[in-house]
Write a protein that binds this ligand. Structure first.
Ligand code: ZN
Length: 1007
């Protein structure tokens, strides 16, 4: 038809009736032009304070999504974008749901990485001049600058938040709240000082938390098998071992030979079986080198005629082949029989005991006997406590042996020190075998260097003290996805006491004083309250520039000279883990616990956990009622993004384009947001050029759908609406569909399953609508007559779709929705009588029960019509291929239903009282005829045919011929009536009545 062609941008034909055709018209651009338009829209929101005004105007309850603070270091990556956009989608949905949405963005500002950045930016001389206060000043400046850069990026993503009042962990009020949490935990007895092995990073010279470790692939340790000479057995076991005692050794295995000087015991598993084995001649076919064989020979025989070793029974054959010896089992017994044997320490020569360890002693590797150094291992420490073993740790901050380590003093335990210990054991005839061992080993996640376990004086939070309360609280929280609860349970139940002190400068001080002589810590309710008040006024710098006297409360002033202030700072996880107290507990309009926390799945051991622990310890409650986790962002092949692979997708470039615009087009924030909505974030998600192109394509099509709606409503006014009861059946069915879609979308928002929304929108708003309703509607809209019933009822449906779609997509695509709204051709009046100037002034569309109430039988009939229509289209396509017709309007369709009731209903549609429901309009053909029988000469002459079968209707036969009559000049439909109107000989009856301004009978009384 002429109008259709014109609308599709083809050359408009000059014609007598051109001015009577209602062509689509709109100011809404076909192209997004996001680089220009999105910032304009964002500025408009900001200038008009839209977010704040909508929040103030909403009358529902508060909705508090508490922001997990990104680290104020470096630029944002795709993980940040995924995280903040997910949050924004939820917040914006809640806004439409009438909630007062309070979203305070946060930043984690303290800690080693920033401290290191500052240090690296200075030369050697400048570093020497650096005082703690100068370093802190520079670190604060760096953090604040980074916050500003990151904030700008977040704003560009279209994130709505209280950007003027973010929370920064370096702000005095935040630090004061954190000290308050520390104080509460101290007063409840959960904070203690102890000497305990902690993960220690020699490269950063500080203790590290679990969350600060990583376990890179490919770490290889030097592992050794060694023997310790037994010197006595307890009376109870003496008889059992008497014959071997003079030549008996314990065989141990370790991957950290440097911990041998700190050895305090050998532990066995009481439940495992062990053996005494006689070591026999070296096998000739061993793969070991001659040198190694000599080692073995020397160590195992040690000049004796016979040598016996104790090893786990299950490992005998493994060790035989590894050591290249024959082990003759002489006696088998349980590990418990070995308790209180004594052996000679291979370095110090002191007597040490055999002790019973726990289930951590297995036969998976080693010998089944565990070298125990309580100063260098978690399990060793626990076993040591049980037996009162000394906690030796002759290693300093830099990872070098101290004087306590005797001849090894000054050597690097991870380097020359380790080698020296191995060499020494060899000289002492204690070494059986040295071999490289590949395993998971903890590295400092910042310096990428290996860590060690080392006992130091540290401050701890005793997780044992409140573990059960935490476990109970976990079960009250709604974890999404549901299986995430297992992760947090596993991590919380197994977590050891939390080492919260760090030997760094850029952080919140542990507010404690030490007695100058006794070194006893001083920490009371008064000291904490006093320090908290100072920090709240002056910030934590005060800890460094104020004197001990000033920092002590009045009561202790005269004793100030007996005390010195501590120099430890708090673990940054304690900083961010206190955010519930500093933000939720302190700010107007916020509430504790938060409705929602939403972060990456790695935060089960990070922020989710540190927040839970501090909150449980001080309030007994979890800080959140719901926790959502998302996976990591990978490239489109599922690989981790890295510089070396060159597969990094930078959100900044996705939005604004890269250097090569052809390869890296500027997609805008909404395409990025559409991608966020499309992924099932419960697992890892993928992004890359191909995926982005698909997103952009979908965005473009959705924009086209919205443009169709806007452009066909250019002359629309709300008062033109046709009431529901007067609508054609086709339109009622369209509203039924729309309402179901809106309902499904609301459900998916409520369940935070945005990818389902993406799928629904893709199917409904892009495919279904264009393929059917819009396709059929064009005739009514363009040539139905400007103010005719058929056009106005169609516009009523289009307006309903526009108002619904623009709202349901707004949380995901706020810029697109706002762009639509700003180009809305009619005013939309809100409940309060004012016109909605911005899309978020609207509420979520209410449920239209009436629209949903379509009888099931009618719904099913429309399903059949739609299915029949696609079969008809196939037949028409064949007719087109066979050159019988060009456009479908040149066709006449014949139908025959074997089922009588179906035939009747189809017949009714052919003589529908309104033009919109007429079957030929729905099939977009000029004519449709229902045949009562196929036993008809006509049928044999029909060149193209097909069939549609459904269990309800049975078979419907379809045939197509050329339409009868001539083509109407105005609407391009064929009709025998063309030529019968004297004044308008080129028009069909419908067009004649439109032109003649004679309303069609069906429209009477409606418009
Ligand atoms: Zn016509």
């Amino acid at each position: 038809m002429a109008a259709k062609k014109a609308a599709e941008g083809e050359k408009q034909e000059e014609g007598k009736y051109k001015h009577t055709v209602d062509l689509p018209k709109t100011t809404f651009g076909l192209r997004a032009n996001a680089v220009v338009r999105e910032p304009e829209i964002q500025k408009m929101w900001e200038d008009n304070q839209v977010f704040q005004r909508v929040v103030d105007g909403n009358t529902g309850g508060n909705f508090v999504l508490h922001d997990g603070p990104p680290y104020a270091n470096g630029n944002l990556h795709m993980g940040h974008a995924l995280n903040k956009i997910l949050k924004d989608i939820i917040n914006r949905y809640k806004l439409l749901q009438n909630y007062k949405v309070r979203f305070v963005p946060g930043w984690d500002c303290h800690g080693l990485p920033i401290e290191l950045k500052v240090l690296q930016s200075m030369d050697q001389d400048a570093r020497k001049e650096l005082t703690p206060l100068k370093l802190r000043e520079k670190a604060a400046k760096f953090a604040k600058e980074t916050v500003n850069i990151q904030m700008k990026s977040f704003k560009r993503y279209g994130i709505w938040a209280d950007w003027n009042n973010p929370y920064l962990t370096l702000s005095p009020e935040y630090e004061a709240a954190q000290i308050e949490v520390f104080g509460q935990m101290t007063m409840k007895g959960y904070i203690y000082r102890g000497r305990k092995p902690v993960h220690w990073s020699p490269s950063s010279r500080t203790a590290l938390a679990e969350a600060e470790l990583e376990y890179p692939e490919g770490h290889v340790s030097t592992s050794i098998y060694a023997i310790f000479k037994i010197i006595s057995a307890p009376p109870a076991s003496y008889g059992l071992f008497e014959e071997f005692l003079s030549d008996l050794c314990l065989a141990i295995w370790t991957t950290t030979p440097w911990t041998i000087p700190a050895n305090a015991a050998v532990a066995v598993n009481p439940k495992l079986l062990y053996v005494v084995a006689e070591v026999h001649s070296i096998l000739k076919d061993t793969a070991l080198s001659k040198e190694k064989q000599a080692n073995l020979s020397r160590a195992l025989k040690a000049g004796q005629t016979k040598a016996f070793v104790v090893v786990a029974s299950e490992l005998v054959s493994t060790l035989e082949s590894k050591w290249g010896v024959k082990l003759m089992v002489k006696k088998t017994f349980h590990g418990s029989a070995l308790e209180n044997f004594r052996y000679l320490h291979p370095v110090s020569g002191k007597e040490c005991p055999v002790v019973l360890g726990g289930d951590y002693i297995t036969t998976q590797s080693g010998t089944g006997l565990v070298h125990t150094a309580p100063g260098h291992g978690q399990e060793d420490y626990a076993t040591g406590l049980k037996y009162g073993l000394p906690i030796l740790s002759p290693v300093d901050d830099e990872g070098k042996f101290t004087e306590e380590a005797g001849q090894f003093s000054g050597l690097d335990v991870l380097g020359s020190g380790n080698a020296a210990v191995v060499k020494y054991l060899d000289e002492q005839l204690s070494l059986i075998l040295e071999e490289p061992y590949k395993h998971k080993y903890p590295y400092d996640w910042r310096t990428k260097k290996p860590t060690i376990f080392r006992a130091t004086e540290q401050w701890f939070a005793s997780v044992d003290g409140f573990r059960q309360t935490a476990m109970d609280a976990i079960n009250e929280v709604n974890w999404i996805p549901a299986q995430a609860v297992n992760r947090i349970i596993a991590m919380t139940s197994s977590r050891s006491d939390w080492c919260i002190s760090r030997q760094r400068t850029w952080g919140v001080p542990i507010p404690v004083f030490y007695h100058v002589h006794s070194k006893e810590p001083l920490i009371t309710e008064e000291t904490i309250a006093h320090i908290k008040a100072i920090v709240s006024n002056k910030g934590s710098d005060a800890w460094w520039y104020m004197s001990t006297e000033e920092l002590l409360p009045h009561k202790y002033r005269d004793k100030a000279s007996e005390y010195q202030k501590g120099t430890d700072t708090m673990d940054v996880w304690f900083d961010s883990g206190s955010s519930w107290a500093a933000v939720l507990g302190k700010r107007d309009g916020l509430s504790f616990p938060a409705d929602l926390y939403l972060e990456g799945t790695d935060q089960h051991r990070g922020w989710f956990q540190s927040s839970l622990l501090t909150s449980i310890a001080s309030t007994g409650k979890a800080p959140y009622s719901c926790v959502i986790t998302h996976g990591f962002v990978l490239d489109e092949k599922g690989l981790k993004m890295s510089k070396s692979l060159g597969n990094i997708v930078d959100p900044e470039i996705v939005i604004s384009g890269g250097k090569n615009i052809k390869n890296e087009p500027a997609y805008g924030a909404d395409v990025l947001r559409l991608w966020v909505s499309s992924v099932d974030y419960a697992g890892d998600v993928m992004i890359g050029p191909q995926i982005l192109r698909q997103m952009s394509d979908m965005y473009r099509k959705l924009r086209g759908t919205l443009r169709f709606l806007l452009s066909n409503l250019h002359d629309w006014k709300i008062e033109n609406a046709v009431s529901y009861s007067e609508l054609p059946k086709l339109d009622k069915y369209a509203l039924f569909q729309l309402e179901n879609i809106a309902d499904a979308i609301r459900d998916s928002y409520e369940n935070y399953q945005f990818y389902k929304i993406f799928q629904i929108i893709q199917r409904f708003a892009i495919v279904d609508l264009s393929n059917f309703y819009f396709d059929v509607a064009k005739d009514r809209l363009y040539v139905g007559g400007t103010s005719s019933y058929t056009r106005r009822s169609c516009q009523t449906i289009l307006a309903a779709h526009l108002l619904s779609i623009v709202r349901v997509i707004a949380p995901i695509l706020p810029h697109l929705a706002e762009d639509v709204w700003q180009n809305l051709p009619f005013g939309y009046v809100k409940e309060d009588g004012s016109v909605a100037k911005f899309v978020f002034e609207l509420k979520w569309p209410g449920v239209n029960e009436k629209w949903l109430a379509m009888p099931a039988d009618d719904v099913d009939f429309w399903r059949i019509i739609l299915e029949l229509r696609s079969e008809v289209n196939k037949v028409l396509e064949n007719a087109r291929t066979g050159k019988l017709i060009g456009s479908s309007l040149e066709a006449k369709v014949y139908l025959h239903a074997s089922d009588g009731a179906t035939a009747t209903r189809l017949q009714e549609m052919c003589t529908a009282i309104n033009d919109a429901d007429a079957l030929h309009r729905i099939l977009i053909t000029s004519q449709v005829e229902i045949l009562s029988s196929l036993d008809n000469e006509l049928v044999t002459s029909i060149p193209y045919s097909g069939r549609y079968t459904d269990k309800r209707t049975g078979e419907i036969w379809i045939g197509a011929t050329r339409a009868g009559g001539m083509k109407c000049e105005r609407c391009w439909n064929y009709s025998p009536q063309v030529g019968s109107f004297v004044e308008h000989p080129t028009l069909c009856a419908r067009c004649f009545s439109v032109i003649d301004v004679q309303p069609l009978p069906a429209a009477a009384g409606v418009s």
